[in-house]
Design a protein around this ligand. Structure first.
Ligand SMILES: CC(C)(COP(=O)(O)OP(=O)(O)OC[C@H]1O[C@@H](n2cnc3c(N)ncnc32)[C@H](O)[C@@H]1OP(=O)(O)O)[C@@H](O)C(=O)NCCC(=O)NCCS
Length: 187
């Protein structure tokens, strides 16, 4: 029998990992996320829509998607801190297929400390346990080695490559397609 599907808001406040805590994204996170979205090194491999958004536009959109039941969005904070250092989301959630896609970005000064890996592990565990997901997907611009490492750390497998699927600022790029099945998450 699958995990009981809770309202996402029921469980969010309890998500604590080894390095980070996740809580539901709030309107008041817009300004912290705006700082990240103004950093071209953070956004250069993200979808065009995200590259164009301000923090407020991003938060307004994803909270609307969340209210429609299309996904769940978290702010990421180091354990013991109130600073929002990134966001991670399950998007394109299909209750009938029991699938969702994961997307994330983090403040540059915190890269390389294991925060993204910890946040991804927590988010996938949440998706399998509380959204009853069967499969989580991730789409990564080819060459985004940091993101690939994070995904592989938690058990995602590279399943394919889509040609010229990502529209970057000055070129089209291929995309890696990753998948993680229930039971494959590395703790
Ligand atoms: C990708 C991203 C989330 C990684 O965050 P992070 O906090 O640095 O991730 P972690 O510290 O948990 O792990 C990063 C791993 O990738 C490795 N890594 C990071 N950048 C790398 C690079 N350019 N080349 C090779 N390895 C790299 C690190 O060494 C580490 O691996 P290790 O644990 O085996 O040493 C972060 O760089 C980011 O926000 N990038 C911009 C947005 C983005 O690309 N999002 C993903 C879209 S699919």
């Amino acid at each position: 029998m699958g995990a009981r599907v809770l309202s996402p808001f029921t469980a969010i406040d309890r998500l604590r990992g080894r390095l980070v805590a996740l809580r539901s994204l709030r309107v008041t996170d817009a300004s912290a996320l705006d700082t990240l979205l103004r950093d071209g090194r953070v956004t250069r491999l993200l979808p065009p829509r995200v590259r164009r958004e301000t923090g407020r536009q991003f938060v307004t959109r994803v909270l609307r998607e969340q209210r429609r039941g299309e996904g769940v969005s978290f702010a990421v904070l180091p354990l013991g801190s109130d600073e929002v250092i990134g966001q991670i989301r399950l998007i394109n959630w299909s209750r009938s297929e029991r699938t969702a896609e994961v997307g994330y970005w983090f403040r540059r000064k915190y890269w390389g400390r294991g925060f993204a890996t910890d946040a991804l592990r927590l988010t996938c565990r949440f998706g399998f346990r509380h959204l009853s997901l069967h499969r989580i997907e991730a789409i990564v611009v080819v060459g985004n080695v940091g993101s690939r490492r994070v995904l592989e750390h938690v058990g995602f497998r590279l399943e394919g490559r889509s040609r010229r699927a990502a529209r970057l600022a000055v070129r089209w790029a291929d995309e890696w397609r990753f998948g993680l099945l229930r039971g494959e998450l590395r703790c």
